[in-house]
Design a protein around this ligand. Sequence first.
Ligand code: AHM
Ligand code: MG
Length: 320
Amino acid sequence: MPIRLEAILQDQVDHPAVRDVLAVLADACAEISRLVRSAAVAGQLGAAGVVNVQQEDQKALDVLTDELLTARLMECSAVAALASEEQADAVCTDRTGGCLVAFDPLDGSSNVDVNVSVGTIFSLRPAPDGRPAHPEDFLGDGRAQLAAGYAVYGPQSMLVMSFDARVMAFSLDEDGAWVLTHPALAVPVGTKEFAINLSNRRHWRAPVISYIEDCLAGRDGPRGKDFNMRWVGSMVADVHRILMRGGVFLYPWDAREPDRPGKLRMLYEAHPMALLVERAGGRATDGVRPLLERVPPSLHARTAVVLGSADEVERVRDVG
Ligand code: AHM
Ligand code: MG
């Protein structure tokens, strides 16, 4: 008998607000999966003709998924405030207690028009007790997260989440229900796969170049083994591969925009993925410090990211 997400949330999540918010997010991700699957037929691919707070051109689906998640979360009484990659400011309610929810509604959306996997990333934090939330309440370290997860919309739609020490994965069945397919993900060590956008090589710092050169040298180089490279360009898909079969993912600082500490955002990309990877036995750093120790200075603050198999991440040090 397949185990459904509702049963897991009911039996295994002690925190009522976390339980409610995860249920809402799971339903919303199932809706987004349908939206993504039918987007070509519904004429919802392509650009929205708007630029978001990150100065990135939004896709029509960036806007639709952001609106969908915002609407569903605002209806949930356990949500005190939300922050989205697509919105300049946090949206705070006058509710007290419950959760703060940060999300990237459609990660990797530059891939959506060419039918490559995209996803939704989310992170739950405790809301303050006894007063309504302020936007600054989101600015805590990664260890303060109550739960985190992502959905990946690929050949299968999967929902990966952690609300305790484990990382579980659910797959969307034909009837639109999330069914437990992977009860405890564990990132293996001793792997031979790296993921980085190699086209940025000339902009990296020396230690990143040296790490990647050693991988590229294969069995003739200092690592003494051949490596494989993968770069989907959707963080959800690259991290999903690492949670399933190991490897390392890097989006380091680079010299294109020297004042920017990296491309990926801490609150709704780096922190939730770091929580999942660490709970699955991997490591996640900004090249220097554990990502979960970092506190974002602002809602959309960026960071360098190195995550994956513990032994590989340990090798990539002092590159932040
Ligand atoms: P997005 O949230 O606007 O889609 O941007 C984040 C994405 C990540 O999913 C991915 O790892 C990275 O950007 C890819 O960057 P690049 O195009 O430089 O390879
Ligand atoms: Mg993203």
